[in-house]
Design a protein around this ligand. Structure first.
Ligand code: 5RP
Ligand code: FE2
Length: 218
């Protein structure tokens, strides 16, 4: 099933709740919350307090993308703040299996995110434990970057890996996705689509969301 996950990184933080309601009214499925620590990625964004302040004010589940070092330290806090899905970067986890179990023990859905240059082989022994895999289609750290075409092959390969094992795991893509390339990523096998600048910087959010759904091949 296609799920659209607008990234609040491109929202107007001075009227965040208003922007969140706009994307919910436009029919988006998940709220993608980008957490950056200035270490794992060069940018600093938001922490659990902001997530918590939005909880209960929208019905969209919270899809929390942790771009931070030592994610284990913060997972309990983000679940308390309302995270429904937590993504951790394989590159930031020394004990990836343990971190995945920690997310699940706290009652959230577990997702592993991979940078564009990270091979799918890191998923070999943990894939069965996951609810979702997030393939970055830009290098993490900033919104509004250009989609990296080479990730299309990787999406296809992940889809095959999941199907070959008879699993049912969502494939999320994040970075540079717009109405004019959503067909490529959905055709390759992605079904959870993050879009920040394409949605929040649009003059007509409902129209852009509708166009993304129309152009998706699923
Ligand atoms: O994780 C991210 C960046 O690290 C963001 O989710 C992503 O960049 C979304 O923004 P855009 O759609 O504008 O590329
Ligand atoms: Fe993200």
């Amino acid at each position: 099933m296609l799920k659209l996950a607008p990234s609040i990184l491109s929202a107007d933080f001075s009227k965040l709740l208003e922007d969140v309601r706009k994307v919910e009214e436009a029919g988006c499925d998940l709220l993608h919350i980008d957490v950056m620590d200035g270490h794992f990625v060069p940018n600093i964004t938001i922490g659990p307090l902001i997530a918590q302040s939005l909880k209960g004010k929208t019905n969209m589940p919270f899809d929390v993308h942790l771009m931070i070092e030592n994610p284990d330290q913060y997972i309990p806090e983000f679940v308390k703040a309302g995270a429904d899905i937590i993504s951790v970067h394989s590159e930031a986890c020394t004990h990836l299996h343990r971190t995945i179990q920690l997310i699940k023990q706290h009652g959230a859905k577990a997702c592993v995110a991979l940078n564009p240059a990270t091979p799918l082989s890191v998923l070999e022994y943990v894939l069965e434990d996951l609810d979702m895999v997030l393939l970055m289609t830009v290098n993490p750290g900033f919104g509004g970057q250009k989609f990296i075409e080479a990730t299309l092959q990787k999406i296809e390969a992940l889809k095959k890996m999941i199907d070959d094992r008879g699993l049912s795991i969502d494939i999320q893509v994040d970075g540079g996705i717009k109405p004019d390339n959503i067909d490529l990523v959905t055709k390759a096998g992605a079904n959870v689509i993050v879009a920040g600048s394409a949605i929040f910087n649009s003059d007509d959010i409902p129209k852009t969301v509708e166009l993304m759904r129309k152009n998706a091949t699923i």
